[in-house]
Design a protein around this ligand. Structure first.
Ligand SMILES: C[S@@+](CC[C@H](N)C(=O)[O-])C[C@H]1O[C@@H](n2cnc3c(N)ncnc32)[C@H](O)[C@@H]1O
Length: 442
Protein backbone atom coordinates (compact mmCIF):
# COMPACT_ATOMS: atom_id res chain seq x y z
CA UNK A 1 0.00 0.00 0.00
CA UNK A 2 1.22 3.49 -0.80
CA UNK A 3 1.36 6.43 1.61
CA UNK A 4 -1.65 7.95 -0.21
CA UNK A 5 -3.71 4.81 0.38
CA UNK A 6 -2.77 4.81 4.06
CA UNK A 7 -3.87 8.43 4.51
CA UNK A 8 -7.10 7.79 2.68
CA UNK A 9 -7.77 4.71 4.74
CA UNK A 10 -7.36 6.76 7.92
CA UNK A 11 -9.76 9.35 6.46
CA UNK A 12 -12.18 6.52 5.59
CA UNK A 13 -12.17 5.24 9.17
CA UNK A 14 -12.70 8.74 10.56
CA UNK A 15 -15.64 9.28 8.22
CA UNK A 16 -17.20 5.90 9.01
CA UNK A 17 -17.08 6.85 12.66
CA UNK A 18 -18.72 10.22 12.03
CA UNK A 19 -21.20 9.45 9.26
CA UNK A 20 -22.18 5.86 10.04
CA UNK A 21 -21.75 5.62 13.80
CA UNK A 22 -22.77 9.14 14.82
CA UNK A 23 -19.42 10.29 16.25
CA UNK A 24 -18.85 14.02 16.70
CA UNK A 25 -16.60 15.25 13.91
CA UNK A 26 -14.32 17.45 16.02
CA UNK A 27 -13.82 14.74 18.66
CA UNK A 28 -13.21 11.89 16.20
CA UNK A 29 -10.81 13.99 14.16
CA UNK A 30 -8.91 15.17 17.24
CA UNK A 31 -8.59 11.58 18.52
CA UNK A 32 -7.36 10.36 15.14
CA UNK A 33 -4.81 13.14 14.77
CA UNK A 34 -3.50 12.43 18.25
CA UNK A 35 -3.22 8.74 17.38
CA UNK A 36 -1.35 9.48 14.15
CA UNK A 37 0.97 12.11 15.60
CA UNK A 38 3.91 10.34 13.94
CA UNK A 39 2.66 11.20 10.45
CA UNK A 40 4.08 14.34 8.97
CA UNK A 41 2.21 17.62 9.09
CA UNK A 42 1.22 17.54 5.40
CA UNK A 43 -0.23 14.05 5.68
CA UNK A 44 -2.26 15.01 8.74
CA UNK A 45 -3.47 18.11 6.91
CA UNK A 46 -4.51 15.92 3.94
CA UNK A 47 -6.47 13.57 6.21
CA UNK A 48 -8.21 16.48 8.01
CA UNK A 49 -9.08 18.17 4.76
CA UNK A 50 -10.73 15.05 3.30
CA UNK A 51 -12.60 14.23 6.50
CA UNK A 52 -13.80 17.77 7.24
CA UNK A 53 -14.54 18.58 3.60
CA UNK A 54 -16.59 15.44 3.06
CA UNK A 55 -18.73 16.22 6.11
CA UNK A 56 -19.11 19.88 5.11
CA UNK A 57 -20.25 19.07 1.58
CA UNK A 58 -22.16 15.87 2.35
CA UNK A 59 -25.57 16.89 0.95
CA UNK A 60 -24.04 18.18 -2.25
CA UNK A 61 -21.82 15.10 -2.59
CA UNK A 62 -24.79 12.75 -2.15
CA UNK A 63 -26.73 14.73 -4.75
CA UNK A 64 -23.83 14.26 -7.20
CA UNK A 65 -23.49 10.53 -6.49
CA UNK A 66 -27.25 9.98 -6.81
CA UNK A 67 -27.17 11.77 -10.17
CA UNK A 68 -24.57 9.33 -11.55
CA UNK A 69 -25.26 6.04 -9.84
CA UNK A 70 -28.16 3.65 -10.34
CA UNK A 71 -27.87 2.56 -6.72
CA UNK A 72 -28.82 5.48 -4.46
CA UNK A 73 -26.43 6.51 -1.69
CA UNK A 74 -28.95 5.48 0.97
CA UNK A 75 -28.99 1.90 -0.38
CA UNK A 76 -25.22 1.43 -0.59
CA UNK A 77 -23.02 -0.49 1.81
CA UNK A 78 -21.63 1.97 4.38
CA UNK A 79 -17.99 1.38 3.41
CA UNK A 80 -18.71 1.83 -0.30
CA UNK A 81 -20.81 4.94 0.19
CA UNK A 82 -18.12 6.45 2.40
CA UNK A 83 -15.37 5.68 -0.13
CA UNK A 84 -17.50 7.29 -2.84
CA UNK A 85 -18.32 10.33 -0.72
CA UNK A 86 -14.72 11.10 0.21
CA UNK A 87 -13.58 10.47 -3.36
CA UNK A 88 -16.21 12.82 -4.80
CA UNK A 89 -15.02 15.50 -2.37
CA UNK A 90 -11.49 15.07 -3.75
CA UNK A 91 -12.70 15.13 -7.37
CA UNK A 92 -14.68 18.32 -6.92
CA UNK A 93 -12.76 20.28 -4.30
CA UNK A 94 -9.13 19.13 -4.25
CA UNK A 95 -7.50 20.37 -7.44
CA UNK A 96 -4.07 19.14 -6.54
CA UNK A 97 -5.14 15.48 -6.61
CA UNK A 98 -5.44 14.13 -10.20
CA UNK A 99 -8.83 12.53 -10.88
CA UNK A 100 -7.23 9.29 -12.05
CA UNK A 101 -5.40 8.97 -8.72
CA UNK A 102 -8.66 9.58 -6.82
CA UNK A 103 -10.41 6.79 -8.76
CA UNK A 104 -7.49 4.37 -8.44
CA UNK A 105 -7.09 4.94 -4.72
CA UNK A 106 -10.84 4.50 -4.18
CA UNK A 107 -10.75 1.16 -5.98
CA UNK A 108 -7.74 0.04 -3.92
CA UNK A 109 -9.56 0.97 -0.73
CA UNK A 110 -12.67 -0.98 -1.77
CA UNK A 111 -10.51 -4.04 -2.43
CA UNK A 112 -8.60 -3.61 0.82
CA UNK A 113 -11.91 -3.53 2.69
CA UNK A 114 -12.96 -6.80 0.97
CA UNK A 115 -15.38 -5.34 -1.55
CA UNK A 116 -13.50 -6.64 -4.57
CA UNK A 117 -16.81 -7.40 -6.29
CA UNK A 118 -17.74 -3.71 -6.18
CA UNK A 119 -14.50 -2.27 -7.52
CA UNK A 120 -15.99 -1.91 -11.02
CA UNK A 121 -18.97 -0.05 -9.57
CA UNK A 122 -16.78 2.34 -7.57
CA UNK A 123 -14.53 2.95 -10.56
CA UNK A 124 -17.48 3.44 -12.94
CA UNK A 125 -19.35 5.95 -10.76
CA UNK A 126 -16.24 8.00 -9.99
CA UNK A 127 -14.99 8.10 -13.60
CA UNK A 128 -18.45 9.12 -14.76
CA UNK A 129 -18.51 11.99 -12.24
CA UNK A 130 -14.97 13.01 -13.18
CA UNK A 131 -15.92 13.21 -16.90
CA UNK A 132 -19.03 15.29 -16.20
CA UNK A 133 -18.00 17.44 -13.25
CA UNK A 134 -17.61 20.69 -15.22
CA UNK A 135 -21.31 20.66 -16.08
CA UNK A 136 -22.65 20.11 -12.55
CA UNK A 137 -25.38 22.43 -11.33
CA UNK A 138 -27.43 22.59 -8.14
CA UNK A 139 -31.22 22.48 -7.91
CA UNK A 140 -31.43 24.74 -4.83
CA UNK A 141 -29.48 26.49 -2.03
CA UNK A 142 -29.74 23.44 0.20
CA UNK A 143 -27.64 21.37 -2.22
CA UNK A 144 -25.44 24.30 -3.27
CA UNK A 145 -24.37 25.04 0.32
CA UNK A 146 -24.93 21.54 1.69
CA UNK A 147 -27.34 22.85 4.29
CA UNK A 148 -30.55 21.04 5.30
CA UNK A 149 -33.52 22.68 3.59
CA UNK A 150 -35.31 23.48 6.86
CA UNK A 151 -32.34 25.53 8.10
CA UNK A 152 -32.10 27.37 4.77
CA UNK A 153 -35.82 28.27 5.00
CA UNK A 154 -35.54 29.34 8.63
CA UNK A 155 -32.63 31.68 7.93
CA UNK A 156 -34.13 33.06 4.72
CA UNK A 157 -37.28 33.87 6.65
CA UNK A 158 -35.41 35.47 9.56
CA UNK A 159 -32.69 37.36 7.70
CA UNK A 160 -33.55 37.35 3.97
CA UNK A 161 -31.90 35.26 1.27
CA UNK A 162 -28.85 37.48 0.77
CA UNK A 163 -27.76 37.25 4.41
CA UNK A 164 -28.60 33.53 4.58
CA UNK A 165 -26.40 32.90 1.52
CA UNK A 166 -23.55 35.00 2.97
CA UNK A 167 -23.67 32.93 6.16
CA UNK A 168 -23.77 29.61 4.31
CA UNK A 169 -20.84 30.64 2.09
CA UNK A 170 -18.91 31.71 5.16
CA UNK A 171 -19.41 28.34 6.85
CA UNK A 172 -17.72 26.65 3.89
CA UNK A 173 -14.62 28.84 4.04
CA UNK A 174 -11.45 27.83 5.78
CA UNK A 175 -11.39 28.86 9.44
CA UNK A 176 -8.27 30.02 11.22
CA UNK A 177 -7.82 29.04 14.85
CA UNK A 178 -8.47 31.93 17.18
CA UNK A 179 -7.07 32.21 20.67
CA UNK A 180 -7.72 34.68 23.44
CA UNK A 181 -4.73 35.92 25.41
CA UNK A 182 -4.83 35.73 29.19
CA UNK A 183 -3.39 39.19 29.57
CA UNK A 184 -2.99 38.98 33.34
CA UNK A 185 -0.43 36.24 32.70
CA UNK A 186 1.60 37.65 29.82
CA UNK A 187 1.59 40.65 27.52
CA UNK A 188 0.27 40.28 24.00
CA UNK A 189 3.73 41.00 22.57
CA UNK A 190 5.27 38.25 24.69
CA UNK A 191 2.58 35.81 23.57
CA UNK A 192 2.95 36.68 19.88
CA UNK A 193 6.72 36.27 20.15
CA UNK A 194 6.39 32.86 21.82
CA UNK A 195 3.97 31.66 19.11
CA UNK A 196 6.20 32.94 16.30
CA UNK A 197 9.28 31.34 17.86
CA UNK A 198 7.52 28.00 17.43
CA UNK A 199 6.76 28.66 13.78
CA UNK A 200 3.11 29.72 14.06
CA UNK A 201 1.79 32.49 11.83
CA UNK A 202 0.03 35.03 14.00
CA UNK A 203 -2.29 37.86 13.03
CA UNK A 204 -4.39 40.17 15.16
CA UNK A 205 -8.17 39.99 15.00
CA UNK A 206 -8.31 43.75 14.41
CA UNK A 207 -11.37 43.91 16.65
CA UNK A 208 -10.51 42.61 20.07
CA UNK A 209 -7.18 43.49 21.66
CA UNK A 210 -6.94 40.07 23.27
CA UNK A 211 -7.83 37.81 20.33
CA UNK A 212 -5.25 36.44 17.89
CA UNK A 213 -5.61 34.25 14.80
CA UNK A 214 -3.00 31.53 14.46
CA UNK A 215 -2.08 29.23 11.58
CA UNK A 216 0.63 26.79 10.55
CA UNK A 217 1.25 25.52 14.07
CA UNK A 218 1.56 21.80 14.66
CA UNK A 219 -0.35 21.03 17.86
CA UNK A 220 -2.10 23.40 20.22
CA UNK A 221 -0.86 21.30 23.15
CA UNK A 222 2.72 21.64 21.85
CA UNK A 223 2.67 25.43 21.94
CA UNK A 224 4.53 26.94 24.87
CA UNK A 225 2.00 29.77 25.11
CA UNK A 226 -0.75 27.16 25.53
CA UNK A 227 1.18 25.03 28.02
CA UNK A 228 1.85 28.09 30.17
CA UNK A 229 -1.80 29.11 30.11
CA UNK A 230 -1.15 32.33 28.19
CA UNK A 231 -3.75 31.45 25.57
CA UNK A 232 -7.16 29.80 25.45
CA UNK A 233 -8.76 28.57 22.23
CA UNK A 234 -11.78 30.81 21.86
CA UNK A 235 -13.59 32.44 18.98
CA UNK A 236 -13.77 36.21 18.81
CA UNK A 237 -17.53 35.99 19.34
CA UNK A 238 -17.20 34.01 22.59
CA UNK A 239 -14.64 36.44 23.91
CA UNK A 240 -17.30 39.16 23.89
CA UNK A 241 -19.09 37.47 26.81
CA UNK A 242 -16.17 38.30 29.12
CA UNK A 243 -15.90 41.80 27.68
CA UNK A 244 -19.60 42.48 28.19
CA UNK A 245 -19.58 40.89 31.67
CA UNK A 246 -16.81 43.40 32.47
CA UNK A 247 -16.28 42.22 36.08
CA UNK A 248 -15.08 44.62 38.75
CA UNK A 249 -12.28 43.65 41.15
CA UNK A 250 -13.65 41.40 43.90
CA UNK A 251 -16.79 40.30 42.03
CA UNK A 252 -18.35 36.90 42.70
CA UNK A 253 -19.33 35.28 39.42
CA UNK A 254 -21.31 32.08 38.86
CA UNK A 255 -21.09 30.42 35.45
CA UNK A 256 -24.04 28.01 35.51
CA UNK A 257 -23.11 25.98 32.39
CA UNK A 258 -19.42 26.59 32.29
CA UNK A 259 -17.45 23.62 30.86
CA UNK A 260 -14.84 23.57 29.43
CA UNK A 261 -14.33 26.94 31.06
CA UNK A 262 -13.41 29.33 28.25
CA UNK A 263 -15.55 32.21 29.41
CA UNK A 264 -14.97 31.66 33.13
CA UNK A 265 -11.21 31.68 32.64
CA UNK A 266 -11.51 34.92 30.70
CA UNK A 267 -13.41 36.44 33.62
CA UNK A 268 -10.91 35.09 36.18
CA UNK A 269 -8.17 36.69 34.10
CA UNK A 270 -10.03 40.00 34.09
CA UNK A 271 -10.50 39.83 37.86
CA UNK A 272 -6.70 39.78 38.06
CA UNK A 273 -6.31 37.63 41.16
CA UNK A 274 -9.32 39.09 43.01
CA UNK A 275 -12.92 37.88 43.49
CA UNK A 276 -14.07 34.37 42.65
CA UNK A 277 -15.53 32.62 39.62
CA UNK A 278 -17.49 29.45 40.30
CA UNK A 279 -17.73 27.25 37.21
CA UNK A 280 -20.57 24.75 37.25
CA UNK A 281 -21.58 22.00 34.90
CA UNK A 282 -23.71 18.88 34.86
CA UNK A 283 -21.16 16.08 35.13
CA UNK A 284 -17.82 15.31 36.73
CA UNK A 285 -16.47 14.53 33.28
CA UNK A 286 -17.21 18.09 32.17
CA UNK A 287 -15.93 19.59 35.40
CA UNK A 288 -12.67 17.67 34.98
CA UNK A 289 -12.20 19.45 31.64
CA UNK A 290 -12.57 22.77 33.44
CA UNK A 291 -10.14 21.67 36.16
CA UNK A 292 -7.56 20.79 33.53
CA UNK A 293 -7.86 24.26 32.01
CA UNK A 294 -7.65 25.92 35.40
CA UNK A 295 -4.52 23.93 36.28
CA UNK A 296 -2.88 24.89 33.01
CA UNK A 297 -3.64 28.57 33.52
CA UNK A 298 -2.86 28.53 37.22
CA UNK A 299 -5.55 30.91 38.48
CA UNK A 300 -6.46 30.83 42.16
CA UNK A 301 -9.66 32.88 41.89
CA UNK A 302 -11.67 30.19 40.13
CA UNK A 303 -13.25 26.99 41.44
CA UNK A 304 -15.60 24.32 40.13
CA UNK A 305 -18.76 22.56 41.22
CA UNK A 306 -20.87 19.77 39.74
CA UNK A 307 -24.35 21.27 39.79
CA UNK A 308 -27.37 20.77 37.57
CA UNK A 309 -28.38 24.23 36.38
CA UNK A 310 -32.02 23.14 36.44
CA UNK A 311 -31.93 22.58 40.19
CA UNK A 312 -31.82 25.63 42.46
CA UNK A 313 -28.82 25.80 44.75
CA UNK A 314 -30.33 27.58 47.79
CA UNK A 315 -26.91 28.77 49.01
CA UNK A 316 -26.41 30.81 45.84
CA UNK A 317 -29.65 32.78 45.84
CA UNK A 318 -28.93 36.52 45.39
CA UNK A 319 -25.21 35.94 45.98
CA UNK A 320 -23.67 36.64 42.57
CA UNK A 321 -22.56 39.97 41.16
CA UNK A 322 -22.61 38.37 37.74
CA UNK A 323 -24.23 35.17 36.47
CA UNK A 324 -22.98 33.78 33.17
CA UNK A 325 -25.62 31.72 31.36
CA UNK A 326 -23.83 30.51 28.25
CA UNK A 327 -26.44 27.87 27.62
CA UNK A 328 -26.70 24.56 25.78
CA UNK A 329 -28.07 25.45 22.34
CA UNK A 330 -28.46 24.17 18.79
CA UNK A 331 -24.96 25.42 17.87
CA UNK A 332 -25.97 26.62 14.39
CA UNK A 333 -23.48 29.49 14.66
CA UNK A 334 -20.47 27.18 14.77
CA UNK A 335 -21.31 24.98 11.79
CA UNK A 336 -18.13 26.34 10.18
CA UNK A 337 -16.07 24.58 12.85
CA UNK A 338 -18.31 21.61 13.61
CA UNK A 339 -20.07 20.86 10.32
CA UNK A 340 -21.91 17.75 11.50
CA UNK A 341 -24.13 19.96 13.70
CA UNK A 342 -26.20 20.90 10.64
CA UNK A 343 -27.14 17.26 9.99
CA UNK A 344 -27.78 16.38 13.62
CA UNK A 345 -30.13 19.25 14.46
CA UNK A 346 -33.86 18.98 13.91
CA UNK A 347 -36.68 21.53 14.24
CA UNK A 348 -37.94 19.56 17.26
CA UNK A 349 -34.55 19.74 18.96
CA UNK A 350 -34.58 23.51 18.48
CA UNK A 351 -37.89 23.72 20.32
CA UNK A 352 -36.65 21.55 23.20
CA UNK A 353 -33.43 23.54 23.52
CA UNK A 354 -35.33 26.82 23.64
CA UNK A 355 -37.48 25.36 26.44
CA UNK A 356 -34.42 24.03 28.29
CA UNK A 357 -32.86 27.49 28.15
CA UNK A 358 -35.99 29.06 29.68
CA UNK A 359 -35.86 26.54 32.50
CA UNK A 360 -32.17 27.19 33.18
CA UNK A 361 -32.66 30.96 33.01
CA UNK A 362 -35.50 30.67 35.53
CA UNK A 363 -33.15 29.00 38.03
CA UNK A 364 -30.08 31.11 37.22
CA UNK A 365 -31.76 34.51 37.57
CA UNK A 366 -32.37 33.83 41.26
CA UNK A 367 -28.60 33.79 41.91
CA UNK A 368 -28.16 37.41 40.82
CA UNK A 369 -27.89 40.02 43.59
CA UNK A 370 -30.16 43.04 43.28
CA UNK A 371 -28.22 45.39 41.01
CA UNK A 372 -26.18 42.45 39.68
CA UNK A 373 -26.16 41.24 36.09
CA UNK A 374 -26.98 38.12 34.10
CA UNK A 375 -25.33 37.56 30.73
CA UNK A 376 -27.26 35.17 28.49
CA UNK A 377 -25.47 33.81 25.44
CA UNK A 378 -25.67 31.02 22.86
CA UNK A 379 -23.57 30.03 19.86
CA UNK A 380 -26.58 29.73 17.62
CA UNK A 381 -28.55 31.61 14.97
CA UNK A 382 -32.17 30.94 15.81
CA UNK A 383 -34.58 33.62 16.93
CA UNK A 384 -36.53 31.22 19.18
CA UNK A 385 -33.49 30.35 21.30
CA UNK A 386 -32.09 33.88 21.19
CA UNK A 387 -34.19 37.04 20.83
CA UNK A 388 -37.47 35.34 21.75
CA UNK A 389 -36.00 33.88 24.92
CA UNK A 390 -34.32 37.17 25.83
CA UNK A 391 -37.64 39.00 25.46
CA UNK A 392 -39.46 36.30 27.39
CA UNK A 393 -36.89 36.66 30.19
CA UNK A 394 -37.51 40.40 30.45
CA UNK A 395 -41.25 39.81 30.70
CA UNK A 396 -40.91 37.16 33.41
CA UNK A 397 -38.29 38.48 35.80
CA UNK A 398 -37.44 41.79 37.51
CA UNK A 399 -34.55 42.66 35.21
CA UNK A 400 -33.85 45.54 32.84
CA UNK A 401 -32.14 45.05 29.53
CA UNK A 402 -28.64 46.51 29.29
CA UNK A 403 -28.39 47.84 25.76
CA UNK A 404 -25.42 46.40 23.89
CA UNK A 405 -25.61 48.88 21.02
CA UNK A 406 -22.12 50.12 20.23
CA UNK A 407 -20.57 47.82 22.87
CA UNK A 408 -18.45 45.92 20.35
CA UNK A 409 -17.09 48.90 18.45
CA UNK A 410 -17.81 50.29 15.00
CA UNK A 411 -16.98 47.20 12.95
CA UNK A 412 -19.61 45.14 14.74
CA UNK A 413 -22.24 47.81 15.21
CA UNK A 414 -24.68 46.11 12.86
CA UNK A 415 -24.82 43.13 15.23
CA UNK A 416 -26.97 45.18 17.59
CA UNK A 417 -28.31 47.61 15.01
CA UNK A 418 -32.03 47.50 15.68
CA UNK A 419 -32.19 45.81 19.02
CA UNK A 420 -30.56 45.79 22.41
CA UNK A 421 -29.13 42.30 22.06
CA UNK A 422 -26.22 41.20 19.90
CA UNK A 423 -26.65 38.64 17.13
CA UNK A 424 -23.41 37.95 15.31
CA UNK A 425 -23.75 36.36 11.88
CA UNK A 426 -20.81 34.60 10.18
CA UNK A 427 -19.77 36.27 6.94
CA UNK A 428 -21.57 39.45 7.96
CA UNK A 429 -19.38 39.68 11.06
CA UNK A 430 -15.83 38.27 11.16
CA UNK A 431 -16.55 35.49 13.64
CA UNK A 432 -18.82 32.54 14.44
CA UNK A 433 -22.57 33.02 14.82
CA UNK A 434 -23.30 34.03 18.41
CA UNK A 435 -25.95 35.72 20.54
CA UNK A 436 -25.51 37.83 23.68
CA UNK A 437 -28.02 39.62 25.90
CA UNK A 438 -27.23 41.37 29.19
CA UNK A 439 -29.74 42.01 31.97
CA UNK A 440 -29.53 43.92 35.25
CA UNK A 441 -31.59 42.91 38.28
CA UNK A 442 -33.73 45.65 39.78
C1 LIG B 1 -22.21 26.20 25.51
S1 LIG B 1 -21.53 25.08 26.61
C2 LIG B 1 -20.67 26.11 27.73
C3 LIG B 1 -19.35 26.61 27.23
C4 LIG B 1 -18.59 27.38 28.28
N1 LIG B 1 -19.36 28.51 28.75
C5 LIG B 1 -17.25 27.86 27.79
O1 LIG B 1 -17.10 29.03 27.42
O2 LIG B 1 -16.31 27.08 27.77
C6 LIG B 1 -22.91 24.56 27.52
C7 LIG B 1 -22.57 23.66 28.68
O3 LIG B 1 -23.80 23.43 29.37
C8 LIG B 1 -23.68 22.20 30.02
N2 LIG B 1 -25.02 21.78 30.46
C9 LIG B 1 -26.04 21.27 29.75
N3 LIG B 1 -27.11 21.04 30.54
C10 LIG B 1 -26.75 21.43 31.79
C11 LIG B 1 -27.41 21.45 33.05
N4 LIG B 1 -28.66 21.00 33.19
N5 LIG B 1 -26.72 21.88 34.11
C12 LIG B 1 -25.46 22.33 34.00
N6 LIG B 1 -24.79 22.35 32.83
C13 LIG B 1 -25.42 21.90 31.75
C14 LIG B 1 -23.04 21.31 28.98
O4 LIG B 1 -22.43 20.21 29.61
C15 LIG B 1 -22.03 22.30 28.34
O5 LIG B 1 -20.78 22.12 28.92
Amino acid sequence: MTKETDSREIALDILLEILERGGYSHIILRQALNKYQYLDKSERAFISRIAEGTVEYLLQIDYIIDSFSNTKVSKMKPVIRTILRMSVYQLIYMDRVPDSAVCNEAVKLAVKRKFTGLKGFVNGVLRNISRNKEGLSWPNDSVRYSMPAWIVSMWEESYGRETAVTMMESFLKNKKTTVRCNLAKASKEEIIQSLRNQGAEVSESGISEAVLCIEKYDYMEGLEAFQKGYIQVQDLSSSFVGEIADPKKGDYVIDVCGAPGGKSIHIADKLDGTGMVEVRDLSLLKINMVEENIRRCGYLNIRTKVQDALVTDPDSVEKADIVIADLPCSGLGIIGRKPDIKYRMTPDALESLAALQRNILTVAQAYVKPGGRLIFSTCTINRKENEENARWFLEQFPFDCISLKGKLGEKLDSAAANRDFIQLLPGIHPCDGFFIAAFQKR
